[in-house]
Design a protein around this ligand. Structure first.
Ligand SMILES: O=C(O)CCC(=O)C(=O)O
Length: 317
């Protein structure tokens, strides 16, 4: 007889003692949704009432395909307030805010307004940020996959599409638990054809793992090694006939993707079009980013639930 504890944590006979399939695809382990028996764990969690039925379909899709979609998950009034704030930030950038554009990092400025640019970490200055970052559907999904409180460790706001080639975030955004990385993509307006939609390859998160220099999920600044990882993964996508999909979202829709899912921004065909969006990167409480010196960084709770880091210099006394 298995004890309740053994069943809950998946020890013992649940998986079949003769089952030789590795429990995790990644050498670095993962969350329960990354386990080879994740669908059985999901069924057990649903049966025990640990997870509500509303999350059954998104979690099953996330396990199989590496993404989940929540339509109208973010209220339009907070999006409108954020867009006003974002618009002002180009002319009056808050302290310590940078944009990635053309392969370089620049202090945010109006000169970048019409360029393809990703603006980092504006959430630190927007007082309603948790209503976006931890909108109820996002927070409950993250709590379900993490079994811990979620922490937002970075955000990127975009006026236009990113045109980023398909890539995996675990190369640049490294964590003490690499496979716990999760991202949400929040549509701040309807995505129009030609604007360069978010694109992604369902199922690519489960392809055999390719590591930087054969050992590391982090590229550690070795872009040659990272390029090889992405090329090898693209070849596996092609060999597996995995099609690339586009997220033609409506304002307020959200897509959440898993650590190793291939994703990027489609080419922009109409440069007049904006594609305003917010990407948030998360980890569970107790994990830390390792792509910078995190020795002095601490967790700060949001009053409604969820956490952020105190990394940015807000200039506050
Ligand atoms: O929004 C996009 O176009 C892609 C964003 C992206 O690739 C990322 O956040 O890693």
């Amino acid at each position: 007889m298995l004890t309740a504890m053994a069943r809950k944590f998946g020890f013992g006979r649940g998986r079949g003692e003769a089952d030789q399939t590795p429990l995790f695809r990644s050498r670095f382990g993962g969350l329960w949704i990354d386990r080879s028996d994740a669908h059985q764990v999901l069924a057990r969690k649903l049966r025990d009432g640990e997870i509500g039925q509303a999350l059954a379909e998104p979690l099953a899709r996330y396990i199989s395909s590496g993404y989940a979609v929540f339509k109208q998950a973010v209220a339009h009034d907070v999006i409108d307030a954020y867009l006003d704030f974002f618009e002002q930030a180009w002319s009056a950038p808050p302290r310590g805010i940078y944009a990635h554009s053309g392969g370089e990092v620049h202090p945010l400025s109006r000169e970048l307004y019409h360029r393809v640019a990703k603006v980092s970490d504006l959430h630190y200055y927007f007082d309603r940020a948790p209503e976006l970052i931890f909108a109820p559907a996002i927070r409950s999904f993250l709590e379900a996959i993490y079994e811990r409180s979620p922490v937002v460790f970075q955000t990127m706001s975009m006026r236009k599409g990113s045109e980023e080639p398909l890539h995996i975030d675990t190369g640049p955004l490294t964590l003490t638990e690499p496979m716990s990385l999760t991202a949400s993509w929040i549509a701040l307006e309807d995505v129009r054809p030609g604007a360069g939609a978010l694109q992604f390859v369902p199922g690519s998160h489960q392809l055999p793992e390719v590591l930087n220099n054969g050992t590391s999920k982090a590229h550690n600044g070795d872009y040659g090694a990272y390029h090889k990882v992405l090329q090898a993964t693209l070849e596996k996508c092609a060999a597996g006939n995995l099609p690339t999909e586009h997220f033609m979202a409506k304002k307020g829709d959200v897509l959440i993707w898993a650590a190793d899912l291939m994703h990027g921004g489609a080419p922009i065909e109409n440069t007049e079009l904006t594609r305003q969006s917010l990407v948030c990167h998360y980890m569970p409480l107790g994990v830390m980013p390792t792509f910078y010196d995190f020795s002095k960084v601490n967790y700060v709770p949001y009053s409604g639930g969820g956490w952020r880091l105190d990394r940015i210099d807000t200039g506050a006394p």
